[in-house]
Design a protein around this ligand. Structure first.
Ligand code: DQA
Length: 147
């Protein structure tokens, strides 16, 4: 049975493609997910993608991943900078956790410099555009090999 990665996408990421392309690029979320899934499947993983604009739905997806997914790759959008509840949910997940961002929040407005998730994930990848998702997958693979 293939090992499942939960790929989580937070608020407004469903608008990628047309949302601030000068910051996020013109790739749609569906395209990011398709590329991530194709690469992950080559590595023997299956991918379950959940996108929601609602914090509680993302939290419930994290709860549901316990016992079913080996890793979570999460781009929580702006909830990255505000959601202690999502951080608490991630803290309960014992598998590999990688935070991912298309842009580099540290180089943007001050409110983006804080990540509530940073302390409960294995690590964060930010600022590489679409490549951030590929690097996140590499990180998952390596962290699972080390586990
Ligand atoms: C983002 C960065 C966040 O600050 C922002 O709120 C997003 C996207 C990124 O992928 O660069 O929605 O997570």
């Amino acid at each position: 049975m293939s090992k499942e990665i939960l790929l989580l996408s937070g608020p407004n990421l469903d608008e990628l493609g047309t949302r601030s392309p000068e910051i996020y690029g013109s790739t749609t979320l569906a395209e990011h997910v398709e590329r991530f899934t194709a690469r992950a499947e080559k590595d023997g993983f299956s991918v379950r993608h959940v996108q929601s604009n609602f914090e509680g739905e993302l939290i419930e997806a994290v709860h549901a991943a316990r016992g079913t997914s080996v890793a979570i790759v999460i781009n929580a959008g702006a909830l990255t900078h505000s959601s202690w509840a999502l951080a608490d949910a991630l803290a309960m997940f014992n598998g590999v956790k990688v935070e991912v961002h298309l842009s580099n929040p540290a180089a943007r407005e001050p409110f983006r410099h804080v990540s509530t998730l940073a302390g409960v994930v294995n690590g964060s990848i930010a600022g590489f555009g679409a490549t951030s998702y590929e690097l996140a997958l590499d990180a998952v693979r390596r962290l699972l090999e080390l586990a």
